[in-house]
Every structure is written in C-alpha cells, then in structure tokens.
Design a protein around this ligand. Structure first.
Ligand code: GDP
Length: 375
C-alpha cells in the first residue's frame, strides 16, 4: 500500500510526526508566533530517491502524480525547477515548507545548463528578497530564499563524480549544502563507511564548503545539547533510505522497504541515518536560516552593491569621456573658426587692395577724361 495521501496533508497517523514542534524552547516560542518559512532544495541525479526521501521526511506526498521520464527523454531534458509549498502544522507550530526539486539534474548531457538554471533560481530568490527589503512593505516579506540544499550522492560510484564536485563548488557560497548518500540500503555497512570517508576526503581536498553544525549554546536544554552532540560525532555524509510504503512488522506499521531477505526500516537508526538527517534539519532550521541571512545573503548583497558601484563608476567614466570628446570638438571648431577668420582677413585685405586699385584706376581715368576735355 503506497502512502500517496492528499497533496500537502499530514498523514493521519498521529504517532508519526516530523518533530519540529519539539524545537528547543527559545526557538519554539519564536516560531509559534510567526510560523516558520523554510525552503529546502534537493539536487541530484534523477532516480536517486529525492522525492521519496522528501515525502518520508515530511510525511506528506508532495509529488503524487510525478511522471518519470524515459532514457531518450532524459538526454534532451534541461533542468526544470519545481517548487512545491506545503503548510504543515504540528502541535500549534506552523511550518510553511517549500521544497525545490530539480528533477532533471545530471540527466542532460550539457551539465553547465543544469548549473545555470539552479544558480539562477537561488540568485533570483535573493534578488527578490533584496527588492522586497528595500520596498515599503518590509514587514510582510515572504522569505523564499533557499535555506538548505540536500545534495544527493549516488551510492553506486566510488566517491564524488566530477559533476558533483563542480556543482557543489558552484553553489557553496550561495547556500548551505548538506550532502547525503542516497539509497543506503544498496550498500553494506563497510561499504557505507568507506564511501563516507572517501567523500569527506574529497570534499576537503577540493575545498568544498558544506554546512557545519554549530555548537549548542550553553543555555539550550539538555536534550537539544545531547542531540547536537550525537549529530556532531556521527559520520558524514549521512546515508539515507526513503520509502513511501508502510509495512507491518511485528504488528506495527512502519515505513520501510521490503526485500526477500527482510525489511529495511526508514526510521531505524541501526539501518540508516534518516532520523539523524531529520533531526538535524528540524533542530537546525533556525541556524540554517541565520547562516543564509548572515553569510550567503550578505555575500550576495555586497556583491550586488559592488556591482552597482562599478556601474555608477562606469557611468562617471562615460560622462568624463563624453566631456573630453566635446572639449576636443570645441577646440577643433575654434581652430576652424580662427582659420576662417584668418582667411576672412586675407579676403578683406585682398578686397581693400582691389578697392584701392579701383580707386586708383578711377582717379587715373578721371585725369585722362579731363585731358580729353582740354583737347
Ligand atoms: P528522484 O528522481 O530522485 O526523485 O527519485 P524517486 O524518489 O522518484 O525514486 C526513484 C526510484 O528509487 C523509485 O523506484 C523509488 O522507489 C526508489 N527509491 C527511493 N528511495 C530509495 C532507497 O532509499 N533505496 C532504494 N533501494 N530505492 C529507493
């Protein structure tokens, strides 16, 4: 039986809840009043189980009618960005969750195009926020900035693919990256450990910056401190399993994957890191938002201001250039004018000379006339 519930609705089973209502007290108080706005982006090759995991994480079916493309289609596909928003309410805490999926990532041959579309999306949300922030209605800004990006790594490779490295480098200064190993059930425990170590080494070697959990504040409650401690010591990247199926195990319905040799349970910490990933996300939503605001958005804003400054400088340069050109033009005209005047002078001189000759001739002829009269 699949769990394709009504779009955006929590599953009726009240025993299974996401857990964001259990946020540490101070965060909880703030969020009860305002409600959370959180945007999670999922990136990775299609077929790695992104939508299944998202559905498992938030106990909702975001994509009940998702169509899975065939191989020929995949080659032609460009990255399409799909944003779905659900409002989840849990024990009085509201969460407006937007999941941004990039279904065709890695399918198309031209990977640069995938990058561009995703980066453009992230930048556009920053741009929108910047615009709204400088507008009049600053109180009711909808925050659609991408607060976290789950980057799905294939369990079938021997580490990161060149595309993984390139992509994470392209976005690490824009968004909090949380890498996850997909379909962990396809790996033995030893294989998982080896892959984790390898990926972490590669991330360090390549200088990729991923989201780092902060230390818990000393005034936080003990449970939260313990959760953070466990998360901090667990091996990264977290390796996860997703499933949309409920299976009955020992009289209890659990979310899992049924194999001929047994059941892999999504929410069993011995089977995979799903619960850790969910706890990490849920308990650090506010930190993810703060890092987005203080680091990534500030980066974007200062870059934008620099660009605006450069544009203004260019404008001043343009004006100077125009002024110089005009001055040169005026100088050339003055030179021409002076020349014309000089030419004019010569003409006047010549004219005066000619007039003098004419007068001379006239008086000469007059004299001749008078001689003639005498005869
Ligand atoms: P997406 O394209 O990345 O969103 O992938 P989907 O969520 O549509 O999953 C693709 C296929 O992988 C489906 O047949 C899922 O049932 C299967 N799948 C999802 N998660 C897992 C997992 O954790 N392990 C295994 N073995 N298969 C999975």
């Amino acid at each position: 039986k699949t769990m394709s519930g009504e779009k955006g609705k929590l599953f009726p089973d009240s025993a299974s809840y996401v857990g964001f209502a259990n946020l540490p007290n101070q965060v909880h108080r703030k969020s009860v009043k305002k409600g959370f706005e959180f945007t999670l982006m999922v990136v990775g090759e299609s077929g790695l189980g992104k939508s299944t995991l998202i559905n498992s994480l938030f106990l909702t079916d975001l994509y009940p009618e998702r169509y899975i493309p065939g191989a020929a289609e995949k080659i032609e596909r460009t990255v399409q960005i799909e944003a779905s928003t659900v409002e989840i309410e849990e024990r009085g805490v509201k969460l407006r969750l937007t999941v941004v999926d990039t279904p065709g990532y890695g399918d198309a041959m031209n990977s640069q195009d995938c990058f561009k579309t995703i980066i453009q999306y992230i930048d556009n949300q920053f741009e929108r926020y910047l615009h709204d922030e400088s507008g009049l209605n600053r109180r009711h800004i909808v925050d659609n900035r991408v607060h976290c990006c789950f980057y799905f790594i294939s369990p079938f490779g021997h580490g990161l693919k060149p595309l993984d490295v390139e992509f994470m480098k392209a976005i690490h200064s824009k968004v909090n990256i949380v890498p996850v190993i997909a379909k962990a059930d396809t790996l033995t425990l030893r294989e998982r450990d080896r892959l984790k170590r390898r990926i972490l080494d590669e991330i360090a070697e390549q200088g990729i910056r991923i989201y780092q959990l902060p230390d818990a504040d000393s005034d936080e409650d003990e449970e939260f401190k313990e959760q953070t401690r466990v998360l901090k010591v667990s091996k990264r990247p977290l390796s996860v399993i997703g499933s949309n199926q409920l299976i009955e195990v020992k009289g209890k319905k659990i979310r899992g994957r049924l194999y001929p040799w047994g059941v892999v349970e999504v929410e069993n910490p011995e089977h995979n890191d799903f619960l850790k990933l969910r706890t990490m996300l849920v308990t650090h939503m506010q930190d993810l938002q703060e890092v987005t605001q203080d680091l990534h958005y500030e980066n974007f804003r200062s870059e934008r201001l620099k660009k605006a400054g450069r544009a203004a400088d260019d404008e001043v340069l343009d004006k100077d250039q125009i002024l110089l050109e005009k001055e040169a033009e005026v100088r050339a005209l003055t030179r021409l004018f002076n020349e014309e005047i000089r030419k004019g002078r010569t003409i006047v001189d010549e004219l005066q000379f000619s007039i003098a000759i004419v007068i001379d001739l006239q008086s000469h002829f007059k004299k001749q006339d008078s001689i003639h009269c005498v005869f």
